[in-house]
Write a protein that binds this ligand. Structure first.
Ligand SMILES: Cc1cc2nc3c(=O)[nH]c(=O)nc-3n(C[C@H](O)[C@H](O)[C@H](O)COP(=O)(O)OP(=O)(O)OC[C@H]3O[C@@H](n4cnc5c(N)ncnc54)[C@H](O)[C@@H]3O)c2cc1C
Length: 414
């Protein structure tokens, strides 16, 4: 029988993301004069920072423009599992997109794990990067078939997926999927390190610089809130929700979805791995080492933004779940954030509209933006440099969307 949640209705943890509280605040300058660069990038989250980093590495002069401080948006409030196991997706992709595009999606995300790992090694980035298996489990018999199908689908795409009857969490389960060789990290440490390498040699990061308009598309002329202009040949919009649309109609095809996270001190040792359940309400678990001490992140309670219950109830539900699973000593932090979900569950990465010549977008990561945005940076770099990229079709923002594939837009459970 479930234990009752102790001390309900109390906010016990610091109301801040652990990632933000455990790193120093950035202090990049704001845009104070008109500038000209090769590529302007709006948004200093994982998508924008990775794009700016990669393009600067290719020799372009870039300007990363951030309205607030970098890495403080959704990327600073995530749970930062680095995985190609994106809930129940591969069986759906094969059925709705076909084998070829499903393979593109699988490869893009697997490639992103290795890409992050290689950057961490190459630049010796101190970001607690760790190899872990990723588990998706169910406690509901009705989901067993879906998990079995997911394993088969993932295997047919070349992913190292296996079906398990048990997982190393103290939970009775009906079945699970395991992807070996996945990862986790401290997202803000990683992003601050990439950001460090952007300014200089004609490239910039500007904070407290909100872009309020794109006055021209050829060349791109961006207007900041304080009236200064950035002129560039190309523009990447990585502002989470696209801040410039030009008939891309993104407001009709992106849905915000909010989730909650608790960071806990528990008495037990947390097993190695990241965990997520298949059913609703969503439960997502991982651990993180903080100065030699283990903390556990428990996330979930996803709901369409502004359609939730009282915020306290969502935190209490997670607290209750945690207390039934572990001996919780303390809630250290608690926070919530939202991500955007596309009509068919696959991000929009590519030209902003089919007629855009110079403007690109990366959005709709559907709560899987660590690998999704890394794939976006590689894909957009290739598009800008006129190189072929094998994942272009599956992510094309102007793809046609079937009625069947939009079902999850209206009733997806996370
Ligand atoms: C609770 C939760 C848990 C998650 N866990 C995981 C996980 O375990 N693994 C995973 O892969 N993904 C996860 N995700 C998803 C992932 O965190 C996001 O997909 C990703 O962080 C989005 O990155 P971004 O760069 O697109 O957006 P953001 O990080 O939000 O960055 C966008 C930036 O653009 C700036 N901006 C906006 N408008 C303007 C403007 N007009 N001018 C200038 N700047 C502007 C914003 O200030 C912001 O800093 C999770 C999401 C949630 C909600």
């Amino acid at each position: 029988m479930n234990k009752c949640c102790t001390n309900p209705n109390a906010i016990e943890g610091i109301l801040e993301s652990y990632w933000i509280d455990s790193t120093s605040k950035t202090n990049y300058p704001s845009l104070k004069e008109d500038i000209q660069v090769d590529i302007a990038i709006i948004g200093g989250g994982i998508a924008g920072i990775t794009c700016a980093f990669l393009l600067k590495k290719e020799g372009f002069k870039v300007a990363l423009l951030e309205a607030d401080n970098i890495a403080n948006g959704t990327s600073g409030h995530t749970t930062a599992k680095i995985t190609s196991q994106h809930h129940l997706i591969y069986d759906k992709l094969i059925n709705e997109f076909g084998m070829e595009k499903a393979r593109q999606y699988a490869e893009a995300n697997e490639n992103s794990i290795r890409f992050i790992e290689n950057l961490v090694k190459e630049y010796n980035i101190d970001c607690d990067y760790k190899h872990v298996p990723a588990y998706m489990y169910t406690q509901d018999k009705n989901y067993v078939k879906s998990l079995e199908k997911e394993v088969k689908a993932a295997q047919s795409l070349g992913l190292k997926a296996e079906y398990l009857d048990n997982i190393p969490l103290p939970l009775p389960i009906e079945g699970a999927v395991c992807f070996r060789d996945q990862a986790e990290f401290h997202p803000k440490k990683y992003l601050l390190s990439l950001a460090d390498k952007i300014p200089g040699d004609g490239s910039y990061i500007f904070e407290k610089t909100t872009i309020i308009d794109v006055e021209s598309e050829d060349p791109c002329i961006l207007l900041s809130r304080n009236g200064k202009k950035v002129t560039s040949s190309k523009l990447i919009i990585a502002s989470h929700f696209p801040c410039y649309d030009n008939l891309g109609l993104y407001f009709t095809r992106l849905k915000p979805d909010r989730s909650y996270v608790l960071a806990l001190k528990i008495r037990e040792k947390f097993p190695e791995g990241t965990f997520i359940n298949a059913e609703s309400p969503g439960r997502s678990l991982r651990s993180q080492t903080d100065n030699g001490k283990e903390i556990v992140l428990i996330g979930g309670e996803g709901h369409k933004t502004a359609h939730g219950e009282n915020t306290i109830n969502h935190y209490n539900n997670l607290k209750c779940f945690s207390e039934n699973l572990f001996s919780v000593e303390k809630i250290l932090y608690q926070w919530s954030t939202q991500d955007y979900i596309t009509l068919d569950g696959v991000p929009y990465i590519g030209k902003l509209t089919s007629s855009s010549k110079n403007i690109y977008v990366a959005t709709g990561f559907g709560k899987w933006g660590m690998t999704g945005s890394t794939a976006a940076a590689v894909l957009l770099k290739d598009l800008i440099m006129n190189h072929d990229n094998p994942w272009e079709q599956v992510y094309n923002p102007s793809r046609s969307i079937t009625l069947n594939s939009t079902k999850s837009f209206f009733c997806r459970k996370l």
